[in-house]
Ligand binder design. Structure first.
Ligand code: BTN
Length: 331
């Protein structure tokens, strides 16, 4: 990660990145600054939402971060076929939103297959205009840019494809019990483990540019967790000591997502239909769907070829291309 030499908080973060304790005196010596300057820099890190622990007699440490995101480590774990379609991949320390920044970079010429990750987002965005809690080093914040030579209407099912890619990646890393709530919420034991935000732009006839923003909770600190307004979980809870590190997780997601996106134009949702049915958390549950000013209740019955949610209601089978779904009663 690049940083300016006068960035004392950033240099302290680098030193604390090994997860161990570092005394104030030791940090001061290494950086050639006073202990008071170390303390001030630690305060600046805390003001940025970074949890720096201070223990008398031992020093400072980052209690949660042990694996910094690292572009080389991620690329080293990518399949050769994925490297062949990957554009630039960069890790930022802090950004407003990886998706917003990737859109700006693609406007400036970054190609299809570009990837941006960050340790922290200061204005992380969720679906329906909600904020996405993005504390430092606690989760995966990853955006992928892709261009499809397709009309915009053909992209409806892409969000399901993205969800299946992430679910497969987690399963491949040994995280059992991952499910998907239409269109693409990642669930574990009925709680939200992560979310995906797809942003599509372009002429209606194509080509279409899609920025896929993926957020997966890895180790959510209490202060941020209190701001989440729905039942949530993180990988530390879902997988315990078997929780994968974030670099492995990022690589696994890209290894699944990029090939599925590459084949989307010919194969569409067909390539993931069986997996969707396997991961479908809503299937058979009594749901309420809010779509614009329409509100419908019924039993969720999977998805159709275009990725629309099917709901059996008193008026027959209804399909929804977009909407907010809440569960009324479990199976
Ligand atoms: C949801 O509300 O379920 C979608 C959440 C998507 C969050 C990710 S984190 C990386 C990318 N950058 C953002 O600002 N949002 C997405």
């Amino acid at each position: 990660m690049g940083r300016r030499d006068d960035d004392v908080p950033g240099r302290i973060l680098d030193l604390l990145g090994d997860g161990g304790f570092h005394s104030g005196a030791g940090l001061a010596r290494m950086l050639g600054i006073s202990r008071a300057a170390v303390w001030q820099a630690v305060q600046r890190l805390r003001a940025r939402g970074i949890d720096v622990e201070a223990v008398r007699g031992r020093g400072y440490r980052l209690p949660n971060v042990v694996d910094w995101l690292d572009a080389q480590t991620i690329c080293g774990a990518l399949a050769e076929s994925v490297m062949a379609i990957l554009g630039p991949l960069e890790v930022l320390r802090q950004v407003d939103s990886t998706s917003s920044e990737l859109a700006r970079r693609m406007n400036a010429g970054w190609p299809s297959g570009s990837v941006l990750l960050a340790e922290q987002q200061t204005a992380g965005r969720g679906r329906q205009g909600r904020p996405w809690q993005s504390p430092f080093g606690a989760s995966l914040y990853l955006s992928v840019g892709a261009v499809f030579a397709l009309p915009l209407v053909r992209l409806g099912a892409l969000s399901l494809v993205a969800g299946v890619a992430v679910a497969r990646a987690l399963e491949g890393l040994g995280v059992a019990g991952v499910e998907l709530k239409w269109p693409n919420d990642l669930m574990h034991r009925g709680r939200k483990l992560g979310g995906i935000l797809l942003e599509v732009s372009g002429e209606s006839g194509g080509p279409a540019r899609v920025i896929t923003g993926i957020g997966i909770n890895v180790h959510m600190p209490g202060a941020s967790a209190r701001r989440i307004d729905q039942p949530w979980t993180d990988l530390a809870t879902a997988a315990g000591t078997a929780a994968p590190g974030r670099n492995r997780l990022a690589a696994a997601v890209l290894n699944e997502l990029l090939p599925l996106y590459g084949r989307f134009a010919e194969r569409g949702v067909g390539q993931i239909a069986d997996d969707w049915a396997r991961y479908d958390w809503l299937a058979g549950r009594e749901v309420r769907v809010l779509a614009g000013d329409r509100q419908v209740e019924g039993v969720a019955r999977g998805v159709d070829d275009s990725g629309a949610l099917m709901v059996r209601t008193g008026q027959g089978l209804q399909r929804f291309l977009a909407g907010e779904v809440s569960v009324r009663r479990s199976r």
